[in-house]
Ligand binder design. Structure first.
Ligand code: ATR
Length: 283
């Protein structure tokens, strides 16, 4: 029997077991996917001992994504560019491999839910400058976005993030930092607006942004998936804009890990979506 897990601190809220155990059952695979609460400072030691613990691999959530990259013997371009890993597996030689599937998850879902997001190759306005923003900037770069506008409450963090994409040299001019107080104005030229902050999540304040100037055919995406329809997405829907919720990203980022560990490429289906959405108290 093959076993995988998700490590985090806290980890209780993680929906990953719901996704992977759904696929295990669907494909009749003799395997399991478990939650492991690993305190800060202990992630590297835990991941280095995956084999002894009987695991073939792991997902990694906050706050261990940087430690996960450090623990790996081999990491791919996405993990290095994003500076963090969320999916690990042991290869036949026992080496710990790492990738980051957040960018892929975001882009696959965006292409599925809003295939016309880049039609006019207009700027994409990204809100936030944390770890999630970094993955999404990388994904948008790979996915052919022409121009990125990055707005963060703390401007310095946006500048630092922009500068951190060293090897992707052309990226320097490709990302323009927009002052936080200019964000409502920046909305006007956008083909896509993405919230990468946790604002709008249950228990948090909504993202404070005015969508009045957003072009009629622009797309609004949120990485928050609890609630499924955030105040930002409600505002966008009320204006008739195409919206992309955060649940699809969560589902799509899980695909490569499952395939590595269990040898079957699973699919993101409406049934899986409904299964996970029902755990969010949503449909
Ligand atoms: P993660 O790595 O998961 O993306 P993070 O690093 O804590 O999380 O980033 C949270 C993001 O939400 C940051 O961009 C943060 O802005 P600051 O850099 O100014 O802290 C943003 N954020 C959090 N609360 C906010 C608020 N009330 N208004 C605007 N932005 C906020």
């Amino acid at each position: 029997m093959k076993r995988a897990c998700v490590i985090g601190w806290p980890v209780e809220h993680s929906r990953s077991p719901l996704i992977h155990n759904y696929w295990l059952k669907l494909h009749g695979i003799d395997g399991s996917y478990e939650k492991e609460a690993v305190p800060p400072g202990e992630a590297e030691a835990f991941l280095r001992s995956l084999a002894e613990r009987g695991y073939v691999g792991a997902n990694v959530t906050l706050p261990h994504k940087l430690a996960a990259l450090k623990s790996a013997d081999i990491a791919d371009e996405a993990a290095y560019a994003i500076g963090a890993a969320n999916t690990l597996w042991l290869d036949q030689a026992g080496r710990l491999n790492a990738t980051n599937t957040d960018a892929l998850g975001f882009m696959t879902n965006l292409e599925a839910q809003a295939p016309r997001w880049n039609l006019g190759r207009r700027p994409v306005l990204v809100i936030g400058a944390g770890g999630a923003a970094r993955a999404i900037l990388y994904g948008l770069h790979k996915g052919g976005a022409a121009k990125l506008l990055l707005a963060n409450r703390t401007r310095d963090k946006a500048e630092t993030l922009t500068g951190s994409f060293g090897p992707m040299s052309e990226t320097r001019d490709w990302i323009e930092v927009v002052d936080w107080k200019e964000r409502n104005r920046a909305v006007a030229d956008c083909g896509l607006l993405v919230n990468t902050t946790s604002l709008g999540m249950t228990g948090q304040a909504p993202l404070d942004i005015d969508l009045a100037g957003l072009p009629a055919d622009a797309v609004v995406a949120d990485i928050v998936y609890a609630p499924l329809v955030t105040p930002l997405l409600t505002a966008a829907k009320n204006r008739g804009r195409t919206t992309v919720d955060g649940l699809g990203m969560l589902l799509h980022q899980a695909v490569p890990g499952f395939e590595r560990w269990f040898g079957v490429r699973p699919e993101v289906t409406p049934e899986l979506r409904a299964h996970v959405a029902s755990s969010l108290g949503d449909k």
